[in-house]
Design a protein around this ligand. Structure first.
Ligand code: NAD
Length: 410
């Protein structure tokens, strides 16, 4: 039987977890595309030492050898059936730009997690290179995982019961489920469309929202080690209110779109409180309020705010993913969609403004998405989508005029 080819893109925790697990399946040839720094070489070296890429820990127990580990896009891409990007959102476009020219038509290209606006960018790269593919995105990474020896061992500490997947065109999602389940080894359920994935991206609510709540009055002072705030369990009613407001603005956006185009399964776009209680049902001791649900969630025990150590103490780490990923590839995209749906987002605007300043980026000017760094984000307007109708057409078909012009997956 001819094996299918999975190209895993990235050299971090999630990428190595996926490569290790899928590599132990009979029907798949796994290739790792690791173009960042000298990761490909480091990984080959690790593999040689350990005799394979191994999953360890509570959900581990496999050992396999990827067929290819490379930083050369052609080697990774030729004849690929499924390309999965498992890396921070800011690395998605550079990797696709390199790979797409070498990919066959009909390939499936996914990101895990997709974050927000992946589909607009991916279709743009495909169009530029005159390639046709099915694009998909997963809501989350199925595992909590950490590398324990580069190219050698990955610890799987947690595993989700199920993860959601959406696609462009939207109708392709159910057809992709069996393949996704086989490769990931977890239950995968179809989500109506990628717009739901974008709006339901809970990281954009929780991460920038808590950073804003904890540090909005920050004046440059140093923290002692014992003064570093807990990130989730440092929740207080004022910060919980910020998260609820962001969440409400996102839900209002989803509702406004749905009122005109019954497109989104509105239930997919959960409020933060519902999401937290459902996701951590067994770990929360007191769910009487959003604040208490964060504070008493055992899975958050001891997790502190991201800080940078200096000689004399600690400062908030504003270069952390909680901002550099979740603002431009989260909240900014949502704000752009809210604009198309004519929904006001005062709290999201405030968090984008302050979070943007912390990471040295200007997205909003006078409440408008016309700041100098907007072109770096994945807002639909950057890809020619300037009306709600075009957004809806694209979401359903992958084309702003509503033509389905994509080929079926191989
Ligand atoms: P990671 O921190 O291991 O990713 C780092 C890797 O990304 C690098 O090793 C490199 O391969 C790649 N990378 C970084 N900068 C790059 C650049 N400029 N150009 C090209 N490649 C670059 O990430 P991870 O832990 O694998 O997580 C991947 C995604 O999944 C992230 O969005 C993360 O937030 C999310 N996530 C991770 C976990 C987890 O347990 N690891 C859990 C939930 C969600």
């Amino acid at each position: 039987m001819q094996k299918k080819v999975l190209t895993v893109c990235g050299g971090g925790n999630g990428a190595q977890a996926l490569a290790a697990l899928a590599g132990s399946l009979n029907g798949w040839e796994v290739r790792i595309y690791a173009p960042w720094q000298d990761e490909a070489q480091k990984m080959r070296e690790g593999l040689r030492i350990n005799g394979g890429l191994e999953t360890v820990g509570r959900y581990g127990g496999t050992k396999s050898r990827p067929a290819v580990i490379t930083n050369k896009p052609a080697e990774a891409a030729v004849d690929s059936d499924l390309v999965m990007l498992v890396a921070p959102a800011f690395s998605h476009r550079p990797m696709l730009e390199e790979l797409v020219p070498h990919l066959p038509n009909g390939v499936i290209i996914g990101a895990m997690p997709a974050r927000s606006g992946f589909e607009y960018m991916a279709m743009d790269v495909l169009k530029k290179h005159n390639k046709k593919a099915v694009v998909c995105g997963l809501q989350t990474l199925p595992w909590a995982c950490r590398i324990r020896g580069y190219g050698q061992k990955i610890e799987l500490m947690g595993k989700k019961e199920a993860v959601g997947l959406a696609a462009v065109p939207a109708s392709a999602a159910p057809k992709l489920i069996p393949m996704a389940q086989e490769v990931l080894g977890v239950n995968v359920y179809p989500i109506d469309n990628m717009l739901a994935v974008t709006l339901a991206n809970i990281g954009q609510v929780v991460h920038p929202g808590i950073m804003y709540g904890l540090f909005k009055g920050y004046q440059g002072e140093l923290y002692g080690e014992k003064d570093i705030p807990l990130f989730y369990q440092g929740m207080v009613p004022k910060i919980a209110a910020i998260l609820s407001d962001i969440s409400m603005e996102i839900r209002n956006t989803a509702l406004a779109i749905n009122n005109q185009y019954p497109l989104l399964a509105i239930d997919a776009v959960k409020g933060v409180e519902q999401w937290l209680k459902e996701s951590y049902a067994h770990s929360i001791e007191d769910d009487s309020t959003l604040t208490r649900a964060f504070v008493t969630n055992r899975d958050y025990d001891g997790l502190k705010a991201p800080m940078r150590k200096e000689d004399a103490g600690y400062r908030p780490d504003f270069a952390n993913r909680y901002l550099v990923e979740d603002v431009p590839y989260g909240l900014v995209v949502t704000k752009a969609i809210a604009d198309l749906a004519q929904v006001e987002t005062p709290v999201i605007n405030e968090v984008i403004t302050v979070g943007g300043r912390w990471i040295g980026k200007e997205y909003l000017l006078d409440g408008q998405l016309i700041g100098q760094h907007v072109s770096e984000t994945r807002i639909p307007q950057n890809y020619g989508i300037t009306t709600l109708e075009q957004l809806v057409n694209f979401t359903v078909s992958g084309d702003i005029r509503g033509n389905v012009h994509l080929v079926d997956a191989k």
